[in-house]
Design a protein around this ligand. Structure first.
Ligand SMILES: C[S@@+](CC[C@H](N)C(=O)[O-])C[C@H]1O[C@@H](n2cnc3c(N)ncnc32)[C@H](O)[C@@H]1O
Length: 270
């Protein structure tokens, strides 16, 4: 599951579609933190209820409420022992403050329901650079001409220093801070004029890492449909939910552009 709810930013989000002229919007205004938590918590409880025993949830948020969400919602519902990662998705676009460090990352909390979950590290390897940005250690070349980083670890019981070899051409599993995925630029061809739309490459990493082909991806705040479009293109099943009829229309159109024969089962509770 992936949920990218309103972040408690106390703003209204709007974007006008240049093609149709329609305004796509959602409100992120709350009476205070308590009412925001009272809104989000029962929704996460329902997600937990329908999550498979070996399933996981990524909750996307930012500095506005991340501490509250972890302590008041995720730990009580999932149990703090089922916390997997706190990922910082870093980007550098937008305005710069003159009085603070720029608030330029979002938070992704990753929790499991049980003791086992999918983590396909091999599917999300990133380039290991030859500079010292990827690892410390010494850059060496083996007899076949392959470059590797030689990193010394702690001593074993016999007092021998352990060392690790990381071959550059094998790439590496990303750490829990992601700086290689940019937020959507104004000129991006992915852009659907949906406010707060997330980049497909972000969802690609999440879905490739945490699911296998044919698994079900559920997004209860689907917006422009980024998660379900990526899930669909990666051969996963998917369920998208949104309170906004416009969001569902944008999502359907996006999926139809991927596959014109796609069949939707649309359920309205309104
Ligand atoms: C941050 S946006 C999601 C953006 C999305 N990840 C994307 O890439 O386009 C949040 C979405 O949550 C939806 N939303 C807000 N309240 C909701 C609710 N009670 N139930 C379902 N969706 C809701 C909004 O309509 C909006 O589309």
């Amino acid at each position: 599951m992936y949920i990218d709810p309103p972040f408690f930013s106390n703003r209204n989000y709007q974007a006008q579609c240049t093609e149709t002229g329609t305004v796509r919007s959602f409100s992120d205004n709350w009476g205070g933190m308590q009412s925001y938590i009272e809104w989000l918590k029962p929704r996460v409880e329902q997600l937990y209820r329908v999550l498979k025993p070996n399933g996981t949830l990524f909750l996307h948020c930012d500095w506005h409420a991340d501490a509250y969400i972890r302590v008041l919602i995720l730990d009580p519902i999932f149990g703090s022992a089922n916390f997997i990662n706190h990922i910082a998705w870093c980007y550098s676009t937008g305005g710069k403050s003159k009085t603070t460090f720029g608030k330029k990352h979002d938070t992704l909390f990753w929790y499991a329901k049980g003791n086992t979950w999918t983590f396909n590290a091999d599917k999300v390897k990133i380039e290991m650079r030859s500079g010292n940005k990827s690892f410390g250690g010494r850059l060496c070349t083996d007899d076949e001409g392959r470059q590797y980083r030689l990193v010394y670890g702690s001593k074993n019981k016999q007092g021998e220093t352990r060392y690790y070899k990381y071959y550059l051409d094998e790439g590496k599993t990303p750490e829990d801070w992601w700086t290689d995925i940019n937020s959507l630029q104004a000129s991006s061809t992915e852009r659907l004029q949906y406010p707060t739309q997330k980049p497909e490459s972000l969802l690609e990493r999440i879905i490739l890492a945490a699911t296998n082909p044919n698994d079900v991806v559920l997004d209860p705040c689907v917006g422009s449909g980024t998660s379900v479009a990526v899930a669909n293109s990666l051969g996963r099943q998917w369920i998208g939910i949104d309170q906004s009829v416009d969001a569902i229309a944008v999502t359907e159109k996006r999926l139809q552009q991927q596959d014109e024969n796609i069949v939707f089962e649309r359920i309205n509770w309104l």
